[in-house]
Design a protein around this ligand. Sequence first.
Ligand code: MN
Length: 694
Amino acid sequence: MIKAIKKLRNRAIILAILEILLLLFVNLAYAINIFNIGDFFTPLIVFIFSGSLVLVNVIAFVLITLSIGSIRKKNTFELVSVLGGDVKEAYNFGMLGLVVVDEHFNVTWASELFKERRLNIIDQNILTWRSELQRLVELSEAIADNIDDTIKIEIELRTYEVKYLTKGDIFLFKDVTEFESIFNDNQKNAPVLGMVMIDNFVDIVVKGENSNPVFSTVHGLIADYFSSFGVLARQFREDAYMLILNRERFEMLYKDKFSLLQKIKDRTANMNYQISLSMAFAHKFFDVVKLNELVLNAIDTAMARGGDQVVIARHGEESEFIGGATSQAEKRNKTAIRLYADTIFRHIREAKNVLIMTHTDTDLDALGASLGIKAMADFVKKSQKGTKYQYQPARIVYSPNLTESKTRIAVNRMFTKQEISEIFITPEELDDQKGSNSLVNSGTLLIVGDVSRPTMTLYPRLLERVDRVMIIDHHRRTDEFIDQRLYDYIETSASSTCEIVTELLHYGNTPNFVLPNKYATFMLAGIYLDTNYFRTKTTGSRTFLASMILEEWGADVMTADDFLKDNVEEYTLITKIMNSMKTLSVGIVFLKAEESDILTPETLSKVANQSMRIKGIQAAFVIGYTAPKQVKVSARSDGEVNVQFLLEKIGGGGHQASAAALFNGRTLAEVEELIEVKINENLSEARVVGGKKV
Ligand SMILES: [Mn+2]
């Protein structure tokens, strides 16, 4: 027990004993009437005497209470008197401070640690002294069992971890300054692995220009840049470097915004080849083997997204993309396409059967490309000699409910029931097939077109059932990517997947190949859709060439155009939304559907496309409800502004000139505000350097 209180208690006991003795003596003397005391002590006097004793007791009680109160307030208590000498040592050794507060959070007592560190907090309100502690109190109120809640605060250059024990009204302060500094050092020295790759090295080398002076300039710049940051850059291939660094150096590079990328572009701009680089970094993991895996995957992503960017992979988090706003040069040439086609055909030959799948909400580009791929697979298989087994014609995974309305109407209009059942297969039919008749088996090759995100495919579960997947797409890949792929041909400079497939069919080594004219019509409609009738920046000479090839194969221009025509109600709706147009920044417009209208995603895309026809508009963002509580953003640009880059900032994705994002549980007004904020923040970075497509 506390010494001072013990002293008080002893005093009270002595006083009580004295009183009892005095009373006993008086009573005894009265009873035997010694010294004739009876004459003197009348009942009145006895009464007064007893009364005054009671009064003394009351006064003593009040005094003791007051003095305990004052002791509580005084800081003269030492831990030693509260908890004994050894405990004080232990508390000091552990640099632990204790603060007791009253119900108004005024400090009534604080242990020596505070005195030693000249922190006089007695009688102060602890929450006024350190407002950060308010949060701790709130936390403890929110969670009844607050055992694990601590916060870190800094007091005069030292860091304390603070815990609040509600029951005792006690705050515990633990000095963790040294731990913090070791922790920070550890963080700074955590390993980071990086990789640098020259994007267009192969293209230049293909032309027999290995010793082009542009490369010595590039290698020189790379070496200088990294040595100035103290980063070890080790060249391990003609076009690639491995980087070894720590977190501290990495943060320096990050602050510098990886300016090497721009330096290389600037320096080589006037040389015979302009070079661009991709970089990847991996960190937040201590296992370098794992980091190596992450960095390889990240550089892969950077290249597949078109290069000229930095991808930062952090273990357990989503990757960060920096740069990548530059319009890229087309990497395709006839020789390259023939090589891609050879690889694709080889995989088709090795497969027992082929399935084709595209994205949910299947549109004309997705469906047209699927038909082209089917024709390609069937042709390659038929021309193959010495097949061990009967070849099953390729089937396209199709679900009318998951298909955009115009595409569904076109399918029903162009194909008979018989043809539909031969060309397509629904997910339900696939599931129903059993045993040896199943189209899903170990020899199945699945070709995924117009999409590379597993969750956006028409039937994601199919991906889990096949081992071999090939991707043909024109959208930049995101973090989410089909894993079990054999091969992917992602060409982001192409206007549409139909354009890519047409080229593969045309330049691939396929003499005597004939595309059914209905398929050609669908593919032409796909190009119309994705280029908005040759209006987008992704439209290039190759797009026109592909359209010509399709026409030669019997594509019907009128029918393809018919597929895309709007009905009257939709036309009215589009006009209504067009009237809401407002300008966010020079050349950037924003359009909003009415609160009460639920639109199809295609209508939103159409509004965006239509806005782009207005002179001077570089990018258009359209929002509207596509379901109750579901808002969709559809964005288009002429290629000068990278809308994919902007929508990635709000969780969307797509293509440089065409992107989208979906929000569940948000209102139209909330999404509008979010877009405006993000555009303001990132617009300058999204404006494409150089602009024109090469
Ligand atoms: Mn497409």
